[in-house]
Design a protein around this ligand. Structure first.
Ligand SMILES: [Zn+2]
Length: 333
């Protein structure tokens, strides 16, 4: 669709704020025709122009400034599309398609896992949570909720951020808030289940990570920090929240946390850390598109790889969280 469009340079291109109007060949400017005939001609021409304006994909150089995020992705951009067109572009193939679908499918997967777990577990806030078989389920569902929020807000952001500058800024902030929510809520199952019998510790750790998350969200809400220039700083904020996990992890090992499946659980958590770090590396480094600009516009660019690693990290953590819950459920306090 987009390639066909690009073969018609004579039509009007108004996809960005700096509208470049070109006169279509065939437009008559002689005054011989009657005004009725002219009107009919105008009416006939308007329709295809409108269709083209809606669906036109453009190159990086044609984008409005606020959308110029990655100069190594050269083509297949949507810019200043209506909400309706942006919504239906979920079914077409542009450079955000796989960014939308990787996290949309991830969201659907997590909804499925949540429903399956709700049907399986019913003790969200048990009164006797210290007894075997009664471990509270809420920290596990807090994590599932945070993951779903992150994956959905990311999909929505990638789908609609082409609409306007204001919506772009708003959705980027929601996206960052989603990432932060996922990181914070990921801490809930391990910290709660490991330290359930010494509530002051899980309270201190969860309060600390939640405060860090709130600080991060507030910082990211500052408009200046949403710009491409601060990509590295944002990654650093997210990474430092992730690295905070080392503190309770060492504490858990020192107090000789007695989970018989400790090594398997740690392996899953290590997997999560590696997935997140490798994903963040792609995100910051903008590899592979940096090596061959234009080759990975629609498939294989760094942000898509980052999305896949985020999903793998979340699934790895889900497996670990299930083991934590199972273990606490069996041993009690
Ligand atoms: Zn994304």
């Amino acid at each position: 669709m987009d390639q066909d469009d690009q073969k018609e340079p004579e039509t009007v291109s108004c996809g960005n704020s700096k509208c470049n109007s070109k006169i279509a060949p065939g437009d008559d400017h002689d005054g011989d025709e009657s005004s009725g005939a002219k009107k009919r001609k105008k009416k006939k021409k308007k329709k295809p122009q409108k269709t083209r304006k809606r669906r036109e994909l453009m190159s990086f150089s044609e984008l409005p400034e606020y959308m110029k995020d990655n100069e190594y992705i050269l083509n297949y951009y949507r810019a200043e599309w209506s909400i309706r067109d942006a919504f239906f572009s979920v079914f077409s193939f542009h450079n955000e398609s796989l960014n939308v679908w990787t996290h949309l499918l991830g969201f659907i997967l997590f909804v499925g896992l949540t429903v399956a777990n709700i049907m399986h577990h019913d003790k969200f806030f048990p009164v006797d949570a210290m007894n075997p078989g009664n471990a509270a389920r809420w920290p596990f569902f807090v994590f599932l909720g945070g993951s779903m929020f992150c994956l959905l807000s990311s999909s929505i952001c990638h789908l609609f951020c082409c609409h306007s500058h204001n919506l772009n800024i708003f959705l980027l902030r929601i996206d960052y808030a989603g990432i932060t929510a996922m990181i914070i809520t990921s801490f809930f199952p391990p910290i709660y289940y490991i330290f359930q019998c010494t509530p002051r510790w899980y309270f201190i750790y969860l309060a600390a990570i939640t405060s860090m998350g709130i600080f991060t969200i507030i910082t990211l809400l500052t408009p200046a920090l949403s710009s491409p220039k601060y990509r590295g700083f944002r990654a650093l904020l997210f990474a430092s929240m992730g690295l905070f996990g080392i503190v309770p992890a060492i504490h858990a090992l020192v107090v000789n946390w007695g989970n018989p499946q400790r090594n398997v659980t740690l392996l899953y958590e290590l997997g999560m850390a590696v997935f997140y770090l490798v994903g963040t590396g792609f995100f910051v480094g903008r590899v592979p598109e940096r090596l061959k600009p234009g080759w990975f516009d629609r498939v294989g660019h760094s942000h898509q790889i980052f999305h896949v690693f985020v999903l793998l990290g979340a699934l790895s953590h889900y497996a670990a969280a299930l083991l934590f819950l199972d273990w606490r459920d069996h041993v009690g306090c």
